[in-house]
Design a protein. Sequence first.
Length: 226
Amino acid sequence: MKLSRRPFRYFSVLLVLAALVAACVSSGPQKALNGMAEALKKNDSAAFLAGMDLKSFANNDIKNMTKEEAPLGLLDSLGRSLGIGGMDELLGSIVDMEARLHNHFNRGVSTGELMAQCRQAETPNCPWVPESLNNAKVTEIGSDAAVAQITTPARMTSWLALRKIDGKWLVVGQAVMESTARQYAAGKSAPAAPAAPSEPKPQPAPEKPAPGQDTMAGDNQSVTKI
């Protein structure tokens, strides 16, 4: 009696499908997050920073400050209404945020401090935990943008924004809300403030009559002499 080979064929197909699924999961945005997770484990700050577009990340971090801090938010609105730019432009001229973040990540990753802090952090702005990055819930937005939901061991959830730049997926920002992360991933900036209404131009004042000139001359021309 011959055994049917059909179950073995189905099993082979399932193995192939499982391999394809695993390959898809480990590629794209998730592959970039896995690389950053591995860099954290190895205290490799150079590899960690290679997974970020630090300039975009710094710009979006300044936007986070204007949203989270009420006084900065007021200054942002005031600056835009006065036409001198928002807080992202004002702070950019005062503080080199990109350099500050570079130093922060360089030190934090190389010493392991960043990973240790994020494991216990009780605020949703510290997603840098290896297993959390590996288990991220990634949602692709088109072909060159994605967002990732990160939940740390302390049950704090935040979002990372990723964008495909020159064929490579990079982290371009982090946010507390998914909607904000989607904006960062798509490269959208804050909406511009409406233009202030233009003031009416002043009309020139009427010319004064010369000394001795009869101001009633125009009226006398319309009077019939008797």
